[in-house]
Write a protein that binds this ligand. Structure first.
Ligand code: 0RA
Length: 645
C-alpha cells in the first residue's frame, strides 16, 4: 500500500470511528438499553465488566468503584493496565483505540478469555461517547499514563505523568446530562446490589464500593466490600438465608462441557416456590433460554431415574411432572458463552442451541454423584417431589375453577368489583383498596368512566408461604384474577400468564400510609411478583400515595406528603393546624379524589424490578418466617420505600 493510500485508509477508518461515536450519541438506547436510570447505571457496569474480564483472565484481584462527590464514577483495578503503545493500524495508542473506537475493546488481545462485556457487550468506548468528561489513567511498566476525553473525543495524545510501582487501570467518567433523561444521580443500593452479585458470580475478586457523597455516624464514607471465596454456593446461602433448607449442604458443581463453562448451585427449601436464577456472562437472563432448559432437563431426568430406581414411586397413583421437581428449589445457573445470542422481548433469553446439552449433561453428572453419595438427602428430596406432585393435583382443580370463572364474561366479574364504564384497557385503571370502608370512599370519589374499584378484605393471603392450590382457592386472589381478566396456566407451564384479556393498564394498590397498610401493600405485591410478574415488568402496577398531612389556616388548606412539605406549608401559612392522616378512612371522597386518585394531581409510584434476583431475596425475607430481618428492613426503609426494588 502506498503512503497515500495508507493515509487515506487511516482517515477513512477514523471517520468511521467518529461516525460510530456519533451514532452512540444519536441512538444511545441501542447501546445501553435506555437513557433512564437503568441506562445510567449501565455505564458503570460496562466499565466494571472490563475489569472483571481482566480478573477472569487471571491478571487482577481487586476492583474499586467510587461514587465521587460530583456523581462522577471511578473504577480502578490492579490488572495489567490497558496497553499504551502505538497501535500499528490506527497510528494512535492502543488506549485511545479502546476508548474511542466502537467495538474495539480488547480485540487485540486474543489470548485473554473474554466473554463478559455488558448487556450488549459494547465496551468502554460507549461510556466514553456518553460522558461529558472521561479520564483514563494507566499504571504500567513503572509509569503513569493519562488521557482525557470529552463526549468521546480525545483531548490530547496519551501522556506520561509520573512514576509508579502500581499496576492497573483507572477510568473516571461523568455521565453527559444532555443524554440522560433524569438528573445524574447514582443509586448506592443499585450499584451495591449489582457489585455483590458480581462478586458471587466471579469468586475471589475483591470488589469495593465507596460513596463519597455520604458519610456514616462515624464520619466515614458509606462503603461496602464484597468478596466470595466459593461463589455460587455462597450466593445461594445469601438468597435463601430467610428460608428453611431441607438439606444441610448446598449442592454445587463446576465444570466445562463442550467448551461451555458451567456452574450450578442449588438447594431445596420448605417453601413452595421455584427460584431459578440464570446468568450468561454475568448477565441475568431472566427470560431464561437454552441453559435453563438444559438445567431443567438434567434435573428432571436425573431425579426421576433415581426416584424410580429407589422404589419410592412404586405405589404412586399419579404422575410426576417437571414442575414437581422444582417446587421449593432455589438454584443458580451460570454459564460463559463466547458468542451469546440473546433473544426475547428484553433480550435476556439465551438462544444458543449447543448450550442445552452442555448444561444438561453437566447437571446430570453432578447430581447423580451427589445423590449416590448422600442417600439421606436424596430421600428427603424425592419425598418433597412426591408431596409437590400431590399438591399439584389439588392445585389443578383450583386453577380450573379460576379459569372457568374468568372465561365467563359479564356475569363472571366479582360482585365486589365496581367496574368502570369505558372498556379500552389502555384508558382504564383499577384500584385495589384495603378494606370495605375505604373501598366505599374510593367508589364515591372516583371517576367512574375509567376508574374501577376492587375492595380487598383485610390481610390477603401470604403467597410466599402458601401452597399453590391454597393460592388459587383464595377468594380475594380469585377476585383479582377475574377482575383483571388474567388467566393462568398451560399444560407446559402451570404459572404461564395470559395477559391478552387484561382489562386495565393501570393497577393501583391503595393502602393506608401506616405500618399495617404497607404490610398489606407488600402482601399484594408479593402476590403480583410470584404469580403475575409480567404485570410488573410491563409497567402496569402502581402504588398510590395518599397524603400524610393536611395543613389548615383560615381559608387556606393544603396537603403534605412528608414532614418537609408539612413544615414548609406551616411556614408559608404563618402557622396553622395540622391534621395527620392515619388511614384512607379519615378522608372523605372529595379529599381522596383530589389528593390520591385524580390523574392531574396525584403522585403514584410505578413498581419496577431493578434486579430480579435481589427482589426475590427481599420478598422471601419480607414475607418469610423470620421476624427480625423483616422488622429491621421495614424500620430502615419506612413506609413503602424500597418496594420499587
Ligand atoms: C487488552 C490487553 C491488555 C490489557 C487489557 C486489554 C486490559 C483492559 C482493561 C480494561 C479495564 N481494565 C483493563 N485491564 C487490562 C494487556 C496485554 C498485555 O499486557 O500483554
Amino acid at each position: 500500500m502506498s503512503e497515500d493510500a495508507k493515509n487515506q485508509q487511516y482517515s477513512a477508518d477514523s471517520i468511521q470511528a467518529l461516525e460510530g461515536m456519533e451514532h452512540v450519541r444519536k441512538r444511545p438506547s441501542m447501546y445501553i438499553g435506555d437513557v433512564g436510570v437503568r441506562g445510567l447505571h449501565h455505564l458503570v457496569y460496562e466499565v466494571v465488566d472490563n475489569s472483571i474480564d481482566e480478573a477472569m483472565a487471571g491478571h487482577c484481584d481487586t476492583i474499586d468503584v467510587v461514587i465521587n462527590e460530583d456523581n462522577s464514577i471511578s473504577v480502578k483495578d490492579n490488572g495489567r493496565g490497558i496497553p499504551v503503545d502505538i497501535h500499528k493500524k490506527e497510528g494512535v495508542s492502543a488506549l485511545e483505540v479502546v476508548m474511542t473506537k466502537i467495538g474495539a475493546g480488547g480485540k487485540f488481545d486474543k489470548d485473554s478469555y473474554k466473554v463478559s462485556g455488558g448487556l450488549h457487550g459494547v465496551g468502554v468506548s460507549v461510556v466514553n461517547a456518553l460522558s461529558s468528561k472521561l479520564k483514563a489513567t494507566v499504571y504500567r511498566d513503572g509509569t503513569i499514563y493519562e488521557q482525557e476525553y470529552e463526549r468521546g473525543k480525545a483531548l490530547y495524545p496519551v501522556k506520561s505523568i509520573g512514576k509508579t510501582e502500581e499496576r492497573g487501570t483507572m477510568v473516571t467518567f461523568k455521565a453527559d446530562e444532555t443524554i440522560f433523561q433524569s438528573e445524574i444521580d447514582f443509586s448506592y443500593e443499585t450499584l451495591s446490589t449489582r457489585l455483590r452479585e458480581l462478586s458471587f458470580l466471579n469468586k475471589r475478586i475483591k470488589i469495593g464500593l465507596i460513596d463519597k457523597r455520604n458519610k456514616d455516624e462515624k464520619g466515614e464514607f458509606i462503603q461496602e466490600h464484597f468478596y466470595s471465596e466459593i461463589g455460587l454456593p455462597e450466593f445461594i446461602r445469601y438468597l435463601d438465608g430467610n428460608r428453611e433448607q431441607l438439606t444441610a449442604e448446598v449442592i454445587a458443581m463446576e465444570g466445562e462441557k463442550n467448551g461451555v463453562p458451567v456452574e450450578v448451585a442449588m438447594v431445596y427449601n420448605t417453601s413452595y416456590n421455584e427460584n431459578l436464577h440464570s446468568y450468561v456472562n454475568n448477565i441475568n437472563t431472566h427470560e431464561g433460554g437454552t441453559h435453563l432448559s438444559g438445567f431443567r432437563r438434567g434435573l428432571t431426568s436425573t431425579l426421576k431415574k433415581y426416584a424410580e430406581q429407589s422404589g419410592m414411586l412404586d405405589k404412586l397413583k399419579f404422575d410426576i411432572a417437571g414442575d414437581d421437581f422444582r417446587e421449593g428449589l432455589t438454584a443458580i445457573i451460570s454459564v460463559k458463552v463466547q458468542e451469546p445470542q440473546f433473544e426475547g422481548q428484553t433480550k435476556t433469553k439465551l438462544g444458543n442451541r449447543e448450550v442445552t446439552a452442555a448444561v444438561s449433561q453437566a447437571v446430570s453428572e453432578m447430581l447423580t454423584d451427589y445423590l449416590e453419595e448422600n442417600p439421606n438427602d436424596a430421600k428427603i428430596i424425592v419425598q418433597k417431589v412426591i408431596l409437590a406432585a400431590q399438591a399439584r393435583h389439588a392445585a389443578k382443580k383450583a386453577r380450573e375453577m379460576v379459569q372457568r370463572k374468568t372465561v365467563m364474561s359479564g356475569g363472571g366479574l366479582p360482585g365486589k368489583l365496581s367496574d368502570c364504564a369505558w372498556t379500552d384497557p389502555e384508558k382504564c385503571e383499577i384500584f385495589l383498596v384495603e378494606g370495605d370502608s375505604a373501598g366505599g370512599t374510593a367508589k364515591l370519589g372516583r371517576d367512574r368512566n375509567f376508574q374501577a374499584i376492587l375492595p380487598l378484605r383485610g390481610k390477603i393471603l401470604n403467597v410466599e408461604k402458601a401452597m399453590q392450590h391454597k393460592v388459587f382457592e383464595n377468594e380475594e386472589i380469585r377476585n383479582m384474577f377475574t377482575a383483571l381478566g388474567v388467566t393462568i396456566g398451560t399444560e407446559e407451564d402451570s404459572k404461564a400468564l395470559n395477559l391478552e384479556k387484561l382489562r386495565y393498564h393501570k393497577i393501583v394498590i391503595m393502602c393506608d400510609a401506616d405500618v399495617d397498610g404497607s404490610h398489606i401493600a407488600t402482601l399484594i405485591l408479593t402476590f403480583f411478583f410470584r404469580y403475575m410478574r409480567e404485570l410488573i415488568e410491563e409497567g402496569y402496577v402502581f402504588i398510590a400515595a395518599p397524603p400524610l398531612y393536611l395543613v389548615k389556616k383560615g381559608a387556606k388548606k393544603a396537603y403534605a406528603w412528608n414532614e418537609k412539605e408539612r413544615d414548609a406549608l406551616v411556614e408559608e401559612f404563618g402557622g396553622g393546624t395540622i391534621q395527620r392522616y392515619k388511614g384512607l378512612g379519615e378522608m372523605n371522597a372529595i379529599q381522596l379524589w383530589d389528593t390520591t386518585m385524580n390523574p392531574e394531581f396525584r403522585t403514584m409510584r410505578r413498581v419496577t424490578i431493578d434486579n430480579g434476583t435481589e427482589a426475590d431475596r427481599v420478598f422471601s425475607m419480607l414475607m418469610g418466617d423470620d421476624v427480625p430481618p423483616r422488622r429491621e428492613f421495614i424500620e430502615k426503609n419506612a413506609i413503602y420505600a424500597k418496594i420499587d426494588i
